[in-house]
Design a protein. Structure first.
Length: 55
């Protein structure tokens, strides 16, 4: 099983409902499978709900 999921601009150009679905699924991956997630985004405030640390 992977230990890290890398997401680069996973919401760019997508409808808001799709972006919300991606956020929910990444939360599930993190919580239920214990996989760390590295999210790269030009707009980190949009996804701050699923991040524990921002840089």
């Amino acid at each position: 099983m992977p230990e890290l999921l890398l997401l680069d601009e996973s919401s760019m150009g997508l409808a808001p409902i799709v972006v919300e679905s991606i956020a929910e699924r990444t939360e599930t991956i993190k919580d239920e499978l214990g996989i760390s997630i590295l999210l790269v985004s030009l707009h980190p405030c949009e996804r701050s709900d699923c991040q524990r640390r921002k840089h």
